[in-house]
Design a protein around this ligand. Structure first.
Ligand code: MG
Length: 400
C-alpha cells in the first residue's frame, strides 16, 4: 500500500460533557502541560512529514477557539466544521479530503494527545489494499455479562477481548465508501470507524496499541494528563507558605488573637482588628500560590478595611487558594506574647480557624510562647505571630 499519500482526520467536534464545564471550553481545548489538548494531538502527526493533509473536525461554536489553537501550523492543518454525531463528522472530514485523494487515511480522536510515533507507524504498516488496521490493548479486567435482575449471566473469556484505540487506518476510498453506504442505509450508530468498516465485511487488523494512548474523557483524566506533562507524575504538588506579623500594644481593654476577643489590660494597634495571628496566616496562605500578601489585597490605606474582623481576610485568602486549584491541608500559628495567656482560648481559636478554612480541628495548630521578657515583646510593647500553611494544588474542580 502506497503510504506516501496519507492524510489524517482528527475528530474534535464533541462537547465533552463528561469532563464538566470549563472556562477554556470543551476538553479538547483544556490546557495540559500549558497548552490545549488539541495542540498536543495535532503535533503528534505533524512530526511525520508525510502527512501533508491534516483535517481537524471542530464544533461550529468553537471556530475562534480552534483558530487560536491551530492557526500557527499553517496549510498542513485544515479546520472543517463537524456534525452532530462522531460518525457524521468523520464523513465530513473524509469528504474534505476527496480532492487531495490520499491512498490511506488515519482517523484519530482529538482527545488522545499521547499517541506515540510507534503506534502511528504500526497502524500505517498494517493498512493494506483491502484492509484497515487499528491499535488495541488487551482487556485486563474480568468482564461479566449482566442478566436478569442485575445478576451475572456469565463471565466472558477476556483472552479474546481487546479495547480499540485510535488512530484507525484505512484505504481512503474504502472507508469513504463505507461511510456513504452507512448513510444510505441509515446505519448511523457506529462508535468507531473500524466497526463501520467491518460492517461491510472488510478486514481490520489489530496492532499493539499503548496503555498511555488514553482518551481524555473525565475531568480527572485532564488533571492526570496535566500532571504527566509537567513531569511530576506520581508527585503531589504540595506547597508551603509562611507568614509573620507584629502589632503594637497600646492602652486598652482587649486584644483579638486568632479570631477570639480576649479581655486584657492593653490593646493591639492597627487599621483592622489587628489580629496578628490571622494576619500571619493570611500571608502564609497567599504565599502558597504566589498571590502577594495581605497588603496587596487589603491595603491599610483603604477605608473599607477599617475595624473589620480579620476572619474576613482569612476567608478571602482561602477563596483565592481554592480558585487557583488549592486544597488547604493544615495550618500552624505561633503567637509570641508575654500576655495574655492563650491556653484558655485555644479551643475557641481553633474553632474559628476551622470554620474559615474548612479544616478539621486536628489540622489547625495554635501554639504560644513568651519572649522570655526580652526585646519589644518582652517589654509588652507588641505581640508577634508566625504562621505556616500547607496546600495541595491541582485538585480543583475548575481553574479560573
Ligand atoms: Mg497585621
Amino acid at each position: 500500500m502506497d503510504q506516501s499519500k496519507t492524510a489524517v482526520v482528527i475528530v474534535a467536534a464533541g462537547r465533552g460533557e463528561r469532563a464538566g464545564q470549563s472556562a477554556e471550553g470543551p476538553k479538547q481545548y483544556r490546557r495540559i502541560g500549558g497548552r490545549p489538548v488539541l495542540q498536543w494531538t495535532v503535533e503528534a502527526f505533524l512530526r511525520f512529514p508525510m502527512f501533508q493533509h491534516i483535517v481537524v473536525l471542530i464544533h461550529p461554536d468553537d471556530v475562534d477557539r480552534a483558530q487560536d489553537c491551530l492557526a500557527s501550523y499553517g496549510d498542513r492543518v485544515r479546520l472543517v466544521e463537524g456534525s452532530i454525531t462522531r460518525q457524521a463528522s468523520v464523513l465530513k472530514g473524509l469528504e474534505a479530503l476527496r480532492e487531495a485523494a490520499p491512498h490511506v487515511v488515519l482517523i484519530h480522536d482529538g482527545v488522545r494527545p499521547f499517541v506515540s510515533e510507534r503506534v502511528i507507524a504500526s497502524v500505517l504498516d498494517a493498512v493494506t489494499e483491502r484492509g484497515g488496521a487499528i491499535p488495541s490493548v488487551p482487556v485486563t479486567d474480568t468482564i461479566k455479562r449482566m442478566g436478569d435482575r442485575g445478576l451475572i449471566a456469565n463471565t466472558v473469556d477476556r483472552r479474546e477481548l481487546f479495547a480499540a484505540q485510535t488512530p484507525q487506518g484505512f484505504p481512503f476510498s474504502l472507508i469513504l465508501g463505507a461511510h456513504e453506504a452507512a448513510v444510505q442505509q441509515t446505519a448511523l450508530s457506529f462508535t468507531d470507524d473500524a466497526s463501520l468498516f467491518e460492517w461491510l465485511g472488510h478486514p481490520v487488523a489489530l496492532v499493539p496499541g499503548e496503555i498511555g494512548n488514553v482518551k481524555l474523557t473525565l475531568a480527572e483524566d485532564i488533571v492526570a494528563a496535566d500532571t504527566k506533562l509537567k513531569g511530576t507524575s506520581g508527585m503531589i504538588d504540595v506547597r508551603t507558605g509562611n507568614g509573620y506579623d507584629v502589632h503594637q500594644l497600646v492602652e486598652g481593654d482587649h486584644v483579638t488573637l486568632c479570631g477570639v476577643r480576649i479581655p486584657h489590660d492593653q490593646s493591639l494597634l492597627g487599621h483592622s482588628d489587628a489580629d496578628v495571628g490571622l494576619h500571619a496566616l493570611t500571608d502564609a496562605l497567599l504565599a502558597t500560590c504566589g498571590a502577594g500578601d495581605i497588603g496587596t489585597h487589603f491595603p491599610p490605606s483603604d477605608p473599607q478595611w477599617k475595624g473589620v474582623a480579620s476572619t474576613l481576610f482569612l476567608q478571602r485568602a482561602v477563596e483565592i487558594v481554592r480558585a487557583k486549584g488549592g486544597r488547604v491541608c493544615n495550618v500552624d500559628i505561633t503567637l509570641i506574647a508575654e500576655a495574655p495567656k492563650v491556653g484558655p482560648h485555644r479551643a475557641a481559636m481553633v474553632a474559628c480557624i476551622s470554620e474559615a478554612t474548612g479544616l478539621d480541628n486536628e489540622r489547625v495548630s495554635i501554639k504560644a510562647t513568651t519572649n522570655e521578657m526580652l526585646g519589644f515583646i518582652g517589654r509588652r510593647e507588641g505581640i508577634a505571630a508566625i504562621a505556616t500553611a500547607s496546600v495541595v494544588y491541582g485538585e480543583a474542580e475548575e481553574r479560573s
